[in-house]
Design a protein around this ligand. Structure first.
Ligand code: GLN
Length: 593
C-alpha cells in the first residue's frame, strides 16, 4: 500500500479536499486503484450532530456513517463507496483508546497521547486503507489521506506526530506528502508572495514532516522565479512545485495537476514511475469543456434555510450540476430563503418577500431539500403548493417530501392543521410521525441512516422509468420521521401516489403526483449517490422536466447511468452495466413492488 498525505498551510478553505480528490483522480487515471481517509481533528465522534450551516453538509454513506462533506468529494471524484471508518476524528480515536483502557487492554500502563493515541491513529489508517472501496475484493493500491485543518493547529498535533511516525514506518518510496499552501498576490505590487508558504513549510518540518510536493493556490500560474524561490527555501525540487490557480470549474483541477506533471512527481516519490500508464482523463477534459461552454440556463429555486454557506447543500448542488450537464444546460440556482415566502415577511420585510417570490416565479423547477426544525416550514409548504398548482417541476427531498405530503393534506384533503409532529406535536392530523425505531433523547447516530431498499409499486410511474425500469433501488437515508401509514389510503384516494415503499410496504419512500408534469418526493437523499458522469435519476428528471426534455428521457431512459463504475483503468464512465434487470418487478406482500 502506498500513501499520499495531503496537508494544508497558511489559511483554511484552500480547497484541500478538492485537491486531494483530484490527486486521487489523476492517480486513478494512471491505472491505480485509490481509496481515501479524511482526518478531522475535532472532538465530535462524527459529523452527525454538527450544524450544516456552520460546518457544511453532513454527508451520509451507504453504511449509515454521517461524515464530513469531503468524503462526498472523494466518492464523486473517484467513484468509490467509502465507510464510516474512512473519516477519522479525534473523538473516534479517543473513544477507541478509552474503550480499550476500560477493557484493561493496556495492562496497567499509563495511557498517553504518545504512544497510545498516536499508535491508534496509525493502526486506524492502516486498517481502513485496506478496505476495498471500488467494488473489487482486494485492497486498492494507493490511499490518499487528507489531514483537515491547518498546520499549527493545536488539535491536529497528535495526528501530525502519528503521521510523522507513520511515514517513517512505511518508509521512503511508500509515502508522499503534498502540502497545499497559499501564494497571495499583493494588489499594490502584483507580486506573488512566497513567505507564508515558507513559514508553513518550516512549521511542518519543525513537526517532523517533510513535504515532497507543494501545491500552491494562487490566482494566476506561478512565475518561474517564484517557483525557484519556493524550491530553494522549502527544499522541494522545482518540478514538484505545482500551481493550483483559479479555474472556471472544478473539473479542471485534475487536468491542471496532469498538465504540470504532478502525477509524475507523486509516482516518483512512490516508486511507481514506469509501473503505470499516462493519465487518461478524456472524460474529465470533455466535462470541463462542456461546463465552460454551456449558455442556455436552467433555473432551479432551492427553497430552504439559506444562510449564505452553499456548502450546507453541497451534494444537492453537485447532483443538480451533474444533471444539468447531462441535459446540456447551465445551472442557475436561485436561493430562496423559505421564510421569505411567508405572509408575515410581506409585512415585516416587503423587499425580501418580493425578491423571494420573484425568484420562485422565475424558476423553471423547484427543489425543497432536506432539513430539520420548524424554521421556514410554512414557506416550504407555500413553495410546494405553488409548484403543484402551477405545474412547475418539483422535487422534494426527505423533509421536502414530508412537506409535499403536509401541503397535499392541507390543500386537497382540507385538513387545515395537518402537520408533522416534528413541528406540531399536538396536531389532530399528524401526516408525518416519528418512526417507531428512532430515539428522541439521543441525537447522535440514532436516525434511520444509510442505504435502504425502496421497492417500486408501479411500473408505469416516472421514477421507475428514470431509474431505468428497475424493481428496486438502494438509496441513502437520514431521517427520524416518516409519512403516517394510517393516512396513506386517504392521501392516495385524493390523487397522491406512493410509488416507492420499503420492504414492509408500510414506509413511504417515493411519492408522485401522476397528473402533474413532474412532482416527486423522496424520503431518501438521492444526491449522495450522484456522480459527475452518472447523474442521479430523480435530479435528472427534475432538470429534464425543467428544460422540456423529460418526455424524451422517459421514452428512452438512460439505463447505463445506474450502478457503480468498476473499471479501474482511468476515470472513463462505466460501461453500460445496469445493476438491476430492466422491466422486472418484485412481487412482495401481494403487490407489485
Ligand atoms: N426532519 C425530518 C426527519 O427527521 C427530515 C430529515 C431530513 O430532511 N434529512 O424525518
Amino acid at each position: 500500500m502506498k500513501y499520499v498525505l495531503v496537508t494544508g498551510g497558511v489559511v483554511s478553505g484552500l480547497g484541500k479536499g478538492v485537491t486531494a480528490s483530484s490527486i486521487g483522480v489523476v492517480l486513478k487515471a494512471c491505472g491505480l486503484r485509490v481509496t481515501s481517509v479524511k482526518i478531522d481533528p475535532y472532538l465530535n465522534t462524527d459529523a452527525g450532530t454538527m450544524s450544516p450551516f456552520e460546518h457544511g453538509e453532513v454527508f451520509v454513506l451507504d453504511d449509515g456513517g454521517e461524515v464530513d462533506l469531503d468524503l462526498g468529494n472523494y466518492e464523486r471524484f473517484l467513484d468509490i463507496k467509502l465507510t464510516r471508518d474512512n473519516n477519522i476524528t479525534t473523538g473516534k480515536i479517543y473513544q477507541s483508546v478509552i474503550d480499550k483502557e476500560r477493557r484493561g487492554d493496556y495492562l496497567g500502563k499509563t495511557v498517553q497521547v504518545v504512544p497510545h493515541i498516536t499508535d491508534a491513529i496509525q493502526e486506524w489508517i492502516e486498517r481502513v486503507s485496506m478496505i476495498p472501496v471500488d467494488g473489487k475484493e482486494d485492497p486498492v493500491d494507493v490511499c490518499v489521506i487528507e489531514l483537515g485543518g491547518t498546520i499549527g493547529d493545536i488539535e491536529s498535533m497528535p495526528f501530525i506526530e502519528a503521521l510523522g511516525q507513520f511515514s517513517y514506518r512505511v518508509g521512503p518510496g511508500n509515502f508522499c506528502l503534498v502540502h497545499v499552501s497559499l501564494v497571495p498576490v499583493l494588489n499594490v505590487v502584483g507580486e506573488q508572495k512566497t513567505k507564508p508558504t515558507q513559514h508553513s513549510v518550516r512549521g511542518l518540518r519543525g513537526l517532523g514532516l517533510t513535504p515532497n510536493i507543494l501545491a500552491c493556490r494562487s490566482t494566476k500560474p506561478l512565475d518561474d522565479n517564484v517557483k525557484e524561490k519556493l524550491s530553494q527555501f522549502c527544499h522541494v525540487p522545482v518540478a514538484n512545485v505545482i500551481t493550483l490557480y483559479d479555474v472556471s470549474n472544478i473539473w479542471h483541477i485534475p487536468l491542471l495537476l496532469r498538465d504540470q506533471k504532478a502525477h509524475e512527481a507523486i509516482l516518483r516519490e512512490l516508486n511507481l514511475m514506469g509501473v503505470v500508464g499516462e493519465p487518461m482523463l478524456d472524460e474529465w477534459t470533455e466535462r470541463a469543456k462542456i461546463c465552460d461552454t454551456l449558455l442556455e440556463p436552467v433555473r432551479i429555486a432551492m427553497v430552504g434555510k439559506y444562510t449564505g454557506l452553499s456548502d450546507s447543500y453541497i451534494s444537492v448542488l453537485k447532483a443538480l450540476l451533474h444533471a444539468s450537464i447531462y441535459c446540456r444546460r447551465k445551472l442557475v440556482v436561485e436561493w430562496v430563503p423559505s421564510a421569505d415566502l411567508e405572509d408575515t415577511t410581506a409585512m415585516e420585510l416587503p423587499d425580501a418577500h418580493e425578491t423571494a417570490w420573484n425568484a420562485l416565479r422565475g424558476a423553471d423547477g423547484i427543489l425543497v431539500p432536506g432539513g430539520f426544525g420548524d424554521r421556514g416550514v410554512l414557506g416550504k409548504i407555500i413553495a410546494a403548493k405553488y409548484a403543484r398548482e402551477n405545474n412547475i417541476p418539483f422535487l422534494g427531498i426527505c423533509l421536502g417530501m414530508q412537506i409535499a405530503v403536509i401541503e397535499y393534506a392541507r390543500s386537497v384533503l382540507g385538513l387545515k392543521d395537518a402537520n408533522s409532529t416534528e413541528f406540531d406535536p399536538n396536531t389532530k392530523n399528524p401526516c408525518v410521525i416519528p418512526m417507531p425505531e428512532g430515539s428522541k433523547t439521543i441525537m447522535g447516530g440514532t436516525m434511520r441512516l444509510g442505504s435502504r431498499r425502496t421497492y417500486f409499486q408501479d411500473g408505469g410511474c416516472k421514477s421507475v422509468k428514470l431509474y431505468g425500469n428497475v424493481g428496486h433501488v438502494d438509496e441513502r437515508h437520514r431521517h427520524r420521521y416518516e409519512v403516517n401509514p394510517d393516512m396513506i389510503t386517504k392521501l392516495e384516494s385524493a390523487g397522491l401516489s406512493f410509488v416507492g415503499k420499503d420492504e414492509t410496504g408500510r414506509r413511504m419512500e417515493v411519492l408522485e403526483l401522476p397528473t402533474h408534469p413532474y412532482f416527486i418526493g423522496a424520503q431518501f437523499h438521492p444526491e449522495f449517490r450522484s456522480r459527475p458522469g452518472r447523474p442521479s435519476a430523480l435530479f435528472l428528471g427534475l432538470i429534464a422536466a425543467s428544460c422540456g426534455q423529460l418526455d424524451g428521457l422517459l421514452r428512452d431512459p438512460p439505463r447505463h447511468l445506474h450502478g457503480m463504475a468498476t473499471a479501474n483503468r482511468g476515470t472513463q464512465s462505466a460501461p453500460p452495466k445496469p445493476l438491476f434487470n430492466s422491466g422486472f418487478y418484485l412481487k412482495r406482500n401481494g403487490v407489485h413492488a
